[in-house]
Design a protein around this ligand. Structure first.
Ligand SMILES: NC(=O)c1ccc[n+]([C@@H]2O[C@H](COP(=O)([O-])OP(=O)(O)OC[C@H]3O[C@@H](n4cnc5c(N)ncnc54)[C@H](OP(=O)(O)O)[C@@H]3O)[C@@H](O)[C@H]2O)c1
Length: 208
């Protein structure tokens, strides 16, 4: 498949690029400094700023899927939605690297709204929830084919085990009360979804 990864130089983006290349996909890496990535078979890198709407749309054209791994703050995620739509016929699917903050820790309670949620991550988590709300508000006849993958609370570099659970809108917590997923396993779950769409027009989550 042809997959564009926006934010390809970031913590999550680099692991998504690795996982996609390892599976034999053709990857277009996009970021302001994408051309700094080491050259590898199957990888095309293009420096781009998301605020350049026409260039972004052109960069997305011809791909089966776009994975956005940008931070929610500092860039306007609606630019990405608009750029995908502007591709027109044969627009790629849009898969968004989401946040855990909008997951439910108890019925009706998203963890970003709980007193224990770390202040340092709150603004980013609220912006992530806003993007999820925007996607969920897409009209039923919208051409946008989107998926939002929320990680567990802890998303850190680690092992690629390929062993994890998937959930929908509730925070996944292991037997010891910990909510975690390595970025490597997060990338496995994301590429599984790219190859076999199971969560179109909805959010899902991954954790141990
Ligand atoms: N547990 C959680 O909920 C959790 C934990 C960690 C991360 N996350 C989420 O995961 C996502 C990715 O996080 P991350 O840590 O991988 O972020 P990151 O390391 O900061 O990476 C951001 C990427 O976006 C690119 N970028 C930034 N501004 C850009 C622009 N104007 N135009 C084009 N590219 C731009 C950066 O590359 P350039 O600078 O080269 O442009 C980089 O590749 C975020 O949405 C974050 O909220 C969630």
């Amino acid at each position: 498949m042809k997959i564009a990864i926006l934010g390809a130089t970031g913590n999550v983006g680099t692991r998504l690029v690795n996982e996609a290349l390892q599976r034999g996909h053709q990857v277009t890496a996009l970021a302001r400094s994408a051309e700094s990535l080491p050259a590898r078979a199957g990888l095309t890198a293009k420096n781009i700023d998301v605020s350049h709407a026409d260039a972004l749309s052109q960069a997305f054209a011809g791909h089966d899927a776009v994975i956005s791994s940008l931070k929610f703050l500092g860039t306007d995620p609606r630019l990405i939605i608009d750029a995908v739509k502007r591709v027109g016929d044969n627009a790629p699917r849009l898969l968004v690297v989401g946040g855990a903050g909008s997951l439910f820790g108890a019925p009706g309670v998203q963890i970003v709204d709980t007193p224990d949620f770390p202040e340092a991550y709150k603004a980013e988590a609220l912006a992530g929830r806003q993007l999820l709300n925007t996607l969920e508000a897409e009209p039923a006849d919208s051409t946008l084919d989107w998926t939002f993958l929320s990680p567990s609370a802890l998303l850190l570099p680690g092992e690629r085990t390929g062993k994890f659970r998937l959930g929908q809108d509730d925070l996944l917590v292991d037997g010891a009360g910990k909510s975690a997923i390595s970025i490597e396993d997060y990338a496995v779950a994301m590429l599984d979804e790219v190859e076999t769409p199971r969560h179109t027009r909805r959010r899902f989550t991954v954790g141990y």
